[in-house]
Design a protein around this ligand. Structure first.
Ligand code: BDR
Ligand code: CA
Length: 304
C-alpha cells in the first residue's frame, strides 16, 4: 500500500481528489493537511474534514495550515468553488480539525517514516510544503514523490494569461518546492486540461446509490460549467495507475516576483541548451482521459 499525505484547499476538485483517495484500495491515507487557496484556511480545513467524514474516513486526521502565502500579505482566493468552497452542498461534520499546524505535521510525518516511503500530494498553493522545507530542510526530498498539481508550461494560465491558480497564489512557495531537491512530479494545466469531465459522466453521479456519489454529482453540477477539468484528481490517480499518464523531464523555474507574469512557469525540455540548471522535475503532459474518468467513478462508487 502507498502511504499518502494530501495537502489541499477544498475546493470541489480537491474534494473529488479526496474522495478518489478514500476509494482507492491501495492507498493508506496518513493525514490530510490544508492551506488557504480556493477559500481561506479555516474553510478549507473544515471542508476536508467534512469530505472525509462523508467518506467514512473519521480515522484520517485533518490539519489546518498556512493562512497566507509567503510572498504577499493576503491570500489570493477564488470563487469558482462558491462561497463555501463546496458549491453550496451542505455536508455534516462529525470529526474535528486536529490541533497541529499542517506544516509542522508534514515535518513530523516525513521525519517519522523512512525516506522514500511516503507519497506527498499537493493540490493547493504550496505554502505548507515550503514552510515544511524551511523548518526542516531536506524534508521534501524524503518523500517517495512530491506530486504537485500546479503551473502551466506550454498552455496559457487559468487565473491570469500567464499563470495557473495554485502557482499564482503563492509563487515564492512554488519556487521553494522546485528548489527542494525532491523527486517532483508536476501535473500542470497541460495535462489537467485533457482531464475533461463530460456532462454524461457528471450526470451518472445523480443516479448513484451512495451518499459520496450523490455529493460528487451535486458539487460538480454548477462547478463544471465554470471549470470542467478534474485537475486535483490527476496526481492521486497517478498513484493508482501511473501508466495513464506520460511526461517528460525538464528544468522549470517560477516567476515569483509581483507583476503581470507572477506565478508563470518557464520550462526547459532540452530543446535549448540555456536551461539555468539540471532537470528538477518530471512534468506530466498527457493523460488517457476515458480511463481516468472510469478510475475516479469506480473509486467513488466504493464509498459509503
Ligand atoms: C487549481 O486551482 C484550483 O481552483 C483547483 O482546486 C486546482 O487545484 C487549478 O488551477
Ligand atoms: Ca486545489
Amino acid at each position: 500500500k502507498h502511504k499518502v499525505i494530501i495537502d489541499c484547499d477544498p475546493g470541489i476538485d480537491d474534494a473529488l481528489a479526496l474522495l478518489l483517495a478514500a476509494g482507492l484500495p491501495d492507498l493508506d491515507l496518513l493525514a490530510v493537511t490544508t492551506v488557504a487557496g480556493n477559500r481561506p484556511a479555516d474553510i478549507t480545513a473544515i471542508n476536508a474534514r467534512r469530505i472525509l467524514d462523508l467518506a467514512g474516513r473519521h480515522d484520517v486526521p485533518v490539519h489546518a495550515g498556512a493562512a497566507r502565502p509567503l510572498g504577499h500579505a493576503d491570500a489570493r482566493c477564488n470563487l469558482v468553488h462558491g462561497e463555501d468552497g463546496l458549491g453550496g452542498v451542505v455536508l455534516p461534520q462529525s470529526g474535528q480539525v486536529a490541533p497541529e499546524h499542517s506544516a509542522l505535521r508534514l515535518v513530523q510525518l516525513l521525519a517519522e517514516h523512512p525516506p522514500g516511503t511516503v507519497e506527498l500530494v499537493a493540490t493547493g498553493p504550496l505554502t505548507n510544503l515550503a514552510l515544511c522545507e524551511a523548518l526542516a530542510p531536506g524534508s521534501l526530498a524524503r518523500a517517495r514523490h512530491v506530486l504537485v498539481m500546479g503551473g502551466a508550461l506550454r498552455v496559457p494560465g487559468n487565473i491570469t494569461p500567464a499563470a495557473e491558480f495554485n502557482f499564482y497564489s503563492d509563487p515564492v512557495s512554488a519556487q521553494m518546492v522546485l528548489d527542494a531537491g525532491a523527486n517532483l512530479l508536476l501535473f500542470p494545466l497541460d495535462v489537467t486540461s485533457q482531464a475533461v469531465m463530460h456532462p454524461e459522466w457528471i450526470a451518472a453521479f445523480g443516479a448513484a446509490d451512495n451518499a459520496c456519489g450523490r455529493a460528487a454529482g451535486e458539487m460538480l453540477a454548477a462547478y463544471a460549467e465554470l471549470d470542467p477539468l478534474l485537475h486535483d484528481a490527476c496526481p492521486v490517480a497517478w498513484l493508482a495507475d501511473p501508466e495513464l499518464f506520460s511526461g517528460q523531464r525538464c528544468h522549470a523555474a517560477v516567476d515569483w516576483r509581483d507583476g503581470p507574469t507572477a506565478g508563470h512557469v518557464r520550462a526547459w525540455f532540452g530543446e535549448r541548451d540555456d536551461a539555468p540548471g539540471p532537470a528538477n522535475m518530471q512534468a506530466l503532459l498527457a493523460v488517457r482521459n476515458d480511463e481516468l474518468l472510469a478510475l475516479v467513478a469506480a473509486a467513488i462508487a466504493r464509498l459509503p
